[in-house]
Structure formats: structure tokens, C-alpha cells
Unconditional design. Structure first.
Length: 308
């Protein structure tokens, strides 16, 4: 059986070079066959995953020799950290490797949704000419609110400032005197940020405290016409409430890259039917050609360091 198991996609050239000579099972569809995945882990010392493989007690029980879990990304809500800690299994996220990809995604979605015109291709192709309906907004002078002010949010702030955004941020875990605040106006409460900002981008993990954080009352407290971007974690936003806020015209637009159910099913996706000014993407914000290479390299080195 394999010493190293990779259950989701990873740069193939990095896999070939980093793990040359190792007993390896690399199958990016293994995550969809949980029984086979558990069987494959009987002798594994390393497991490399993205966000869909659930590293829980059942998986750990099937992997008695497991030493390290390499996370091809940074979110850890699919990994039972306490169970790994109890078993002495190291968990290594690819910290920093996809920051730029996520930050650029947030900026791109903000610009697209503020301007609005970029969503008109079908209407124009059909012979419509809706110029007056598509006079949108510029970024200069708009307030970008960042909920959570970690590394990705701070990089987003730096890029956005170059486009003329005024940067505001809220982070209940970051001390008021922390030097990180130099890149943003610190907002004391989340409600103050929601009321003041034209674009709100989420940068928080999924925890019991953040689940459902953006529910109907929170969305109602957002500035009328504001844009919401979630490239952090599904479950932070109440998807039904968001669709309703867009249909009613309270919000001016939204972009979701993450969902409560992933992959988004036809049934779960039905809640977004006939929702205007909404962009949905398949958990791809942090995955570019360049970031996939960086994430793969960082994760491979993290795993090899623990195996040696």
C-alpha cells in the first residue's frame, strides 16, 4: 500500500518531482470514493487534501500509521484538528501560497459588480442596447469593508487602495494596537462596518461563532446597494437570505465562491434561481495556475519535512 496518498487535485509535475521514488497513490477523484480512500490509508504516513476530504475520526481510525496531513490551501474546517492532535498527526496548511489569487478574485468581483455592465453580454447579443440601465459605479472613493483582517484581507486592502478604495476592517481577534491595522481604518463593531461600506468582503474561518454570521438581519443592516463577496467559507452567509436581499434590491450585488453544500447540488442551487447581480463560482478563488503551483510546492515540502 502507498506511503503517501493524495485524494484531490495537485500540480502533477510537483507530485512527480517532489515524491519521486516514494510509494505514492495520486488520484484526484479518490475524495468521491470514501470507501476506497479509507482502504488506501491502511499503510499511509501522509495524506494530502484540499477542502472536500473530511479528515475526521473515522478516517484517522483507518490510517493507523498516519503522521501528517498536508492541506493544499489554508482553510481547516474539513479537518478535525483535535482528533489529529490527540493522535499526534501534524496538520500543515499551505499558508500564504494562495493569498494573491484570493485577493485578486475579491478585487475583480468588486469591480465587476460595482460597474454592472460586464454582465450584459447576453442582452447585447440579443440586440438590446441597455446603456442607461448599465451606468455603474467606480471604485475610487468607495469604502471596502473587510470582515476579518488576516493576511489575505491585508493583501486585498493593499491592492484595493491602489484603485482608490477607502479601506475599513473589523476583526474581533486582532488587538487594537496591532501594527497590522496600519493598512486600514479599524472599525469597532461589525454593524458600523456594514452601515458604512459599499463593498463587504468576508475573510473569516467557519466556526460555531461565524456560522450564519451574515443572516437576514445582518444583510438588512448593510448599506443599501452594497455588494457582498464571500471567498472565505460557505456557511458564513445565509444563502436564502442573500438571494432574497438581492431580489428585493436591498443589495446591489454579490459574489459567492463558497457554499454551505459543496459541490453545489441542483437542489441547493435552486435557491439562487432568478437572483439578479449574482456571480457564483465553484470554490476557485484561491486556485490560479500560479497559486496551484505554489500551494503544491509548499504542501509537498511540508509533508516531506515531517516524513523525514
Amino acid at each position: 500500500m502507498a506511503q503517501i496518498v493524495i485524494s484531490e487535485f495537485m500540480d502533477a509535475e510537483v507530485v512527480a518531482s517532489a515524491f519521486a521514488g516514494r510509494d505514492l497513490l495520486f488520484d484526484d477523484t479518490l475524495v468521491d470514493r470514501p470507501g476506497e480512500l479509507l482502504a488506501a490509508l491502511s499503510d499511509a504516513e501522509a495524506l494530502l487534501v484540499r477542502n472536500r476530504t473530511r479528515v475526521d475520526a473515522a478516517l484517522l481510525a483507518s490510517a493507523p500509521r498516519l503522521k501528517v496531513v498536508g492541506r493544499l490551501g489554508v482553510g481547516l474546517d474539513n479537518i478535525d484538528l483535535e482528533a489529529c492532535r490527540a493522535r499526534g498527526v501534524a496538520v500543515c496548511p499551505a499558508t500564504g501560497a494562495n493569498d494573491l489569487a484570493v485577493a485578486e478574485y475579491v478585487i475583480a468581483m468588486a469591480l465587476v459588480l460595482l460597474r454592472g455592465a460586464y454582465l450584459a453580454s447576453h442582452a447585447v447579443q440579443q440586440g438590446a442596447w441597455p446603456r442607461m440601465k448599465l451606468i455603474g459605479r467606480e471604485s475610487a472613493g468607495k469604502r471596502l469593508g473587510l470582515v476579518g483582517y488576516g493576511a489575505i484581507a491585508r493583501l486585498t486592502a493593499r491592492l484595493a487602495a491602489g484603485l482608490g478604495f477607502e479601506i475599513c476592517a473589523f476583526d474581533s481577534l486582532l488587538a487594537a494596537g496591532d501594527a497590522a491595522w496600519a493598512g486600514a481604518a479599524r472599525i469597532a463593531t461589525l454593524d458600523e462596518l456594514l452601515a458604512a461600506c459599499d463593498v463587504v468582503s468576508l475573510h473569516v474561518p467557519l466556526t460555531p461563532q461565524t456560522r450564519g454570521m451574515f443572516d437576514a438581519p445582518a444583510l438588512a443592516r448593510m448599506k443599501r446597494g452594497a455588494i457582498l463577496i464571500n471567498a472565505a467559507r460557505g456557511g458564513v452567509v445565509d444563502e436564502h437570505a442573500l438571494a432574497q436581499a438581492l431580489r428585493e434590491g436591498h443589495l446591489g450585488g454579490a459574489a459567492l465562491d463558497v457554499f454551505d453544500v459543496e459541490p453545489l447540488t441542483v437542489e441547493a442551487g435552486a435557491r439562487f434561481a432568478d437572483t439578479p447581480n449574482l456571480i457564483l463560482t465553484p470554490h476557485i478563488a484561491g486556485v490560479s495556475d500560479e497559486s496551484n503551483l505554489r500551494v503544491s510546492e509548499v504542501t509537498a515540502q511540508n509533508v516531506l519535512r515531517h516524513l523525514s
